[in-house]
Write a protein that binds this ligand. Structure first.
Ligand code: PLP
Ligand SMILES: N[C@H](C=O)CCC(=O)O
Length: 425
């Protein structure tokens, strides 16, 4: 593979954009080398600026569950754009998307659209604080809820990849209200709740984590959190930015059989355009302005182009729920193929998978939380990542990220990926 033009574009970008990228995980810092600049994409493939074709396991970090440039989404956006790009007024399509989302997801009556997952999580926590009248929240080490100040405390994703899980710029005043627990450690959470009795507004988590690799919640952990929240008057916040409309029509709530109090969305709900959302029962959502006192706003929130992309995406998923099953089957096939190859080659590994999310960890311990994920061998990961790239497979450039499978991937693509693992090792 030749990456001359990508490297030249990166050098130019670095002159004008910090680190040459607009989101840190894109910069390949954890794996070394220059990031690949993409020119276009269709279905399961990316085409870079040097003319290489790559099988894509990132899908724009999750949104493109039906593959790149999915025709119904593209056509909906084109048609909408011809009629104007933004009005700053209510539009009918916002209600159409809200109605559809509410019909697909359990436990929610109303939804508010924002522009990113970060905004969704930030606003959901404000709502939880306003609703409960309490200040503190509990988050889990290695979970990422976007880059709002309250969440940059032992955050996963790019924050941990670049060694700053606690970002400079977050004040002590803000940080003290974010209490930290370990994923899958119910007793630790109970102890925190006991030590801060009556002060906790919310427990926020990725119900299936994807920002320290893919990590599955133990049944007793997730059930225990629900029970604890109900007992203590704490709101349970599911950050479904990755899992929403990916693990099934009803997301992780449905897949795990657990009801959350507030649910946050991003990625798939925008069909590849910038959309986030948060949703809850009417009683909770009624605290939000202009109905209630908790303020939240956005000049471009509910943008018609973004809404039309989201509506086309959710309509497709709602009408063809078998896609979720076939994606999970493809992911299982990939899991088995990679596991068999790595075992034959004598490479120590763990693979975690849930639905269409999967991650490979080069460690001999089960990966159940941030600490066990961080034990993965990063030198082996770098060899794996660059070797796969050389073989035309584009994986997330960090061991702390999940892969996202998309419906356009064929079994031939999966076989090529599995063969590539054999080539690399
Ligand atoms: C679980 C989770 N929550 C929140 C976010 C923040 O979303 P965004 O990047 O759209 O702000 C992300 C991804 O970035 C995420 O994976
Ligand atoms: N892990 C992050 C979100 O899912 C990756 C996307 C980003 O921060 O650019």
């Amino acid at each position: 593979m030749i990456y001359q033009r990508s490297s030249a574009l990166f050098a130019e970008a670095k002159k004008y954009i910090p680190g040459g990228v607009n989101s840190p995980v894109r910069a390949f810092k954890a794996v070394g080398g220059d990031p690949i600049f993409i020119k276009e994409a269709k279905g399961a493939y990316l085409y870079d600026e040097d003319g290489n074709q790559l099988i894509d396991y990132i899908a724009s970090w999750g949104p493109l569950i039906l593959g790149h440039a999915y025709d119904p989404v593209i056509n909906a956006v084109i048609e909408k754009a011809k009629k104007g790009t933004s009005f700053g007024t209510p539009t009918e399509i916002e209600t159409e998307l809200a109605k559809l989302a509410v019909s697909m997801v359990p436990n929610i009556d109303k939804i508010r659209f924002v522009n990113s997952g970060t905004e969704a999580c930030m606003s959901a926590v404000r709502l939880a604080r306003g609703y409960t009248g309490k200040d503190k929240i509990i988050k889990f080490a290695g979970c990422y809820h976007g880059h709002s100040d309250s969440f940059l405390i032992q955050a996963g994703s790019g924050a941990v990849t670049f060694g700053s899980p606690n970002s400079p710029g977050v004040t002590q005043g803000t940080a003290k209200d974010t209490l930290l627990a370990d994923y899958n450690d119910l007793e630790g959470v109970k102890a925190l709740v006991e030590a801060n009795k009556g002060e906790i507004a919310a427990i926020i988590l990725e119900p299936v984590a994807g920002n320290m690799g893919c990590i599955i919640p133990k049944e007793e952990f997730i059930k225990g959190l629900r029970e604890l929240c109900t007992q203590e008057g704490i709101l349970l916040l599911f950050d479904e930015v990755m899992t929403g409309f990916r693990l099934g029509r009803g997301g992780a709530q449905e897949a795990l059989g657990i009801d959350a109090d507030i649910v946050m969305f991003g990625k798939v709900i925008g069909g590849g355009l910038p959309v986030g959302a948060f949703a809850a029962r009417a009683e909770i959502m009624s605290h939000l302005a202009p109905e209630g006192p908790v303020y939240q706003a956005g000049t471009l929130s509910g943008n018609p182009l973004a809404m039309s992309a989201g509506l086309a995406m959710l309509t497709a998923l709602n009408n063809q729920p078998e896609i979720f099953t076939s994606l999970a089957e493809k992911t299982e096939y990939l899991h088995k193929g990679i596991a068999q190859t790595l075992t034959e080659k004598g490479v120590t590994h763990q693979i975690n998978r849930f639905g269409s999310m999967i991650s490979v960890h080069f460690t001999d311990e089960p990966v159940v939380d941030f600490a066990s994920s961080a034990k993965g061998n990063n030198d082996t990961f770098k060899t794996y990542f660059h070797g796969m790239l050389e073989n035309g497979v584009y994986l997330p450039p960090s061991a702390f990220e999940s892969y996202f499978l998309n419906d356009a991937l064929s079994y031939a693509d999966l076989d090529k990926t599995i063969e590539a693992v054999g080539e690399v090792f």
